[in-house]
Design a protein around this ligand. Sequence first.
Ligand code: SF4
Ligand code: SF4
Length: 411
Amino acid sequence: MRGPRTPATDTLEPRSATPPSGAEVRRGPYDLCAFCPDLCLDRCPVAEATGSSALSPHAKMLSGWWWTHGLATPGPDLARLAFQCTGCQACHEACEHGVDVADALFRLRAEWTAAGHSPYDRTLFTGGGVEAPEDLIRAQARVIPHRFFVPEAQAVLFAGCRALLDHPQAVRDVLAVFRGLDIEFVGAAEAAAVCCGYPLYAGGLWDDFARHARRVSDSLRRYRLVVAVSPCCAHTMRNLFPVVGVEGPRVTTALELVAPLVMRMKREPLGQAVAYHDSCFLGRLLGLYSLPREVLGHVLGMPPIELRRAREESPCCGAGGAWDRVAPAEAAVAARRVLALAEDAGSNVLVTASPDCFVHLNSAGKAEGSPAVNVVDLFHLLARWLGSDPERAGARGDARGRRKPIEGPGS
Ligand code: SF4
Ligand code: SF4
C-alpha cells in the first residue's frame, strides 16, 4: 500500500505549500513511464473502459515525454491525452517506481491549458456551482433547515456542490445521522455553500483554482473544523489547495467525525448483506479503507461483501478527474464495470461512502442492460440504522429507534 496523499484523521494539518510549476515535473516521471512496458495497464479505468491501450498510463505519459524531449508540439490533440485520466491513483499504487501519473498528467493539463492548448471549453469545468455560488446557496437553503445556521458554530458542514445539486439526500442523511448521534456542534453557513474547486483543478484551470481556493479558505478560516460530506472536497482542501500555494482549512470527512460515536452505540444490527466499493478519494487519496468497513460491520452485524478488486486495488467508477465531463459515455462504462463486480460478488446492493460516486454509479446503473445493483449511500444506511428519519432531521426523538429495510436508488 502506497498510502494516502496525507494521513487521514490523525493528521489534519495541511501540507506545506508547493507552488505550481510545469518545469519541476519535466522528464523524471515521463522518462520512467516512457520505457516501462505498461506494467500498470490493468489498473487504469480509462484504458479498461475504452478498451484502448492508447489510453494506458504509459501511453498518456508519452505525451509528456515527447514534449519534454522536443519531439512533439503541444496542441489540442496532445493535450486531450492528458485529460483521459480520472486521477484515481490506481497506477500509482501499482507502480514499482512510485510514479504519480495523475499528478504529472494534471500538471500537463495546467501547463497546456495556460498556453491555450486545451481541447475543451472552460465552461465544461466551471459549471455545476463553481461560478454560480448563488445556485448553491439557494440549494443549501432548500436542503438544510434554517435552525442549523448558527453563527457561533465552531464547525461547519461543507455539503459540496455535487451533493447539493444532484444528491441532496446525501446532505439530509448526514444531518439525520448527526441528529441520531446527538452531534450538535456542526452548523451550516452560506460561506460553506461553495464548490471546493476540484473541477477547476482537474480542468487545468490552475490560476482560477488558486484564486478560488484562496477565497474558500479565507471564508472558512474562522471555523475550527470543516466537515466535508464528500471525500473529494476533503481531499481537495487538504491536499490540493497546497499544490497551488493555499493553506486549506482544517478539514475532516463526515465519516471520520461520526465513526467513533457509531462504534460506541449499541443497537440491533440491520442484518443485511451488502457489498462495499472503495471510492478513490476516500481510499487511495485519504487512506480510509478500514474505517468504512468497521462502521458497516457494526451497523450490519457482519462484514460487508468484498468485491474481487477492493481496497488499494479498487477500480475507479469513472467520476474523478472531470473524466465524466470530458468523456461521459466512457465514464459510464467504468461505472457499470464497478456495478458488475458487485453482481459477480453475489450482491444486489452496493454501498458507497462518496456522494460523487453515488451520483455517477446510480446514473450509470439506470441504463438499459446495466447490472441489477442498487447503489446506497453509507450515510443513508446509517440513518436507517439509527432510525433517524432523514426527512425529519432535527425533529428530535419520535422517529428514533424505528428501522426500515435498506432501499435502493431514489430511496
Ligand atoms: S506508472 Fe509505473 S508501472 Fe505505470 S507505466 Fe509508469 S513506470 Fe510503468
Ligand atoms: S490515475 Fe487512474 S485513470 Fe489516471 S492513468 Fe492512473 S490508473 Fe489511469
